[in-house]
Design a protein around this ligand. Sequence first.
Ligand SMILES: [Fe+2]
Length: 614
Amino acid sequence: MTTVLGISAFYHDSAAAIVVDGQIVAAAQEERFTRIKHDAAFPTRAVEYCLAEAGISAAQLDYVTFYDKPLLKFERLLESYLGNAPRGFASFCMAMPVWLKDKLYTPRAIRKGLGNAFTKRLVYCEHHESHAASAFFPSPFEEAAILTLDGVGEWATGTIGVGRGNRIELLREMRFPHSLGLLYSAFTYFTGFKVNSGEYKLMGLAPYGEPKYADLILKHLIDLKDDGSFRMDQSYFNYAAGLTMTNAKFASLFGGPARTSEGPLTQREMDLAASVQVVTEEIMLRTARFARKLTGCKHLCLAGGVALNCVGNGKILRDGCFEDVWIQPAAGDAGGALGAAMFTWHQLLNHPRMARAGDAQRGSFLGPRYDEAETRRTLDSAGAVYHACATDEELSERVAELLASEKVVGWMQGRMEFGPRALGGRSILGDARSPAMQSQMNLRIKFRESFRPFAPAVLRERVHEFFEMRAGQDSPYMLLVAPVRDEKRLASGDSGTSAAAHGLDRLKQLRSVVPAITHVDYSARVQTVDPERHGPYHALLRAFERRTGCPVIINTSFNVRSEPIVCTPADAYRCFMATNMDVLVMDRLILLKSEQPEGRIIDAADHLKQFALD
Ligand SMILES: [Fe+2]
């Protein structure tokens, strides 16, 4: 037995993954255990979990591999500072102590993190090699083009490569400071959201705006080539030298200063969101088309933070430049841990790889599971009231009935997901047909902005009836946005609000027969649910369909604003008791909020206070 532990750490979203004889055995992000969102510390708890899942100790590991090369990164920091001196002095001074404490001495930090029990060699992959490996090796393709796009690794900010059998090769790269991820983050910052976590909010806001500024971006900020590569005019940006993403020149180009995080969301932010989204899609499309030409491959694999831009992914798929696309669900830096481990196994140790139908990612259910006895112990000690279903059928029928009566259901089953999306292991579910559900779930359950869209989970066999996707098309990782089919849409007059409504008023329009998951531009971020990957989750959807005729429900992550997705039964019960969720389901146990002891209700404000706003 050969074991490889992959680690990503010290920037954001630290994670660990373990590969045993080429099989992905476990992977998890540190934030889920420490309850600190985007936790960047050495992933002590995630490593512990991975070792336990593989049944070995740190001393028994054969290889430990890190997802990037810290010294090359340090070189970039030094060169950027020297290139901008004396302007970059403040940020240089801010960065230095952190570097001197952990990052420069990564080998020591890793060994210490492993309790000094691991004495063999450490392996370092390049950041984009790790992303590329995470995209290709678990994919269902024997051969594929690979596209990685993110903020920045060591120097690379995007690469085009090719994967064949057990090898990947990176053919082209774009380098810092020119970066699609950083361009998107600059707009995330400028619209008042937090960089490295608010990018989703910006993407969700885009459909409310008009891409009025797209031409300005293309004319002044970037010089975009036909092959998707571009240069950014650094006189508008401050990230290479300063402590902010954008500067005064950027602000004057877009008609005023950046929005502060407390400031109101105006039409300008929505239009900026729409504009950078359009430009991002154009860059992704051009790059994908060029990758097709360069490699001649029919299939594409994607990773890197930008691959979480599911609207862009959907555009690439529908463009038809590739026959099929596979996206690593942990596309951000957490997935680098998995990529580094896979890279070590296949590329460095030269072990063969058999592409398998579906993929090797196991539905991304790679985290911890808790058995029913453990869950019962947790609930009993919390004084919780619950009912046990005797069979899986009873469970799906009862929960389907609750969903159909507009109850909001916390749903915890089996292993926790790896990657930022909840996929039916740690989800909150609701009735997609309900017009009130989007704002109710945003405001009363998640305590977050009302404009945030919800995503549908749909039976794979019926996906083409509701969305513009092929019959049977897989999207198990919720990384593709597709339009809702015309025949499922409602004319805007049906909703009683004026067709001319704009901005956030458009939220009130009833847009389709599944309004709770239809975004204002009639798009939806689709998760397909199938019997092979999804077991009880699939059975639940089937039961809901039998009862209502509708194969679509809402699936959102099991957490509140700024909280990492729940991991343990205790996390789940706490979140349930602090929100207006009606029902909690863990394995075959069902809890109704109305039956829980009054004294156990947790004040929502107290619960939210634990998590820094992201
Ligand atoms: Fe990255």
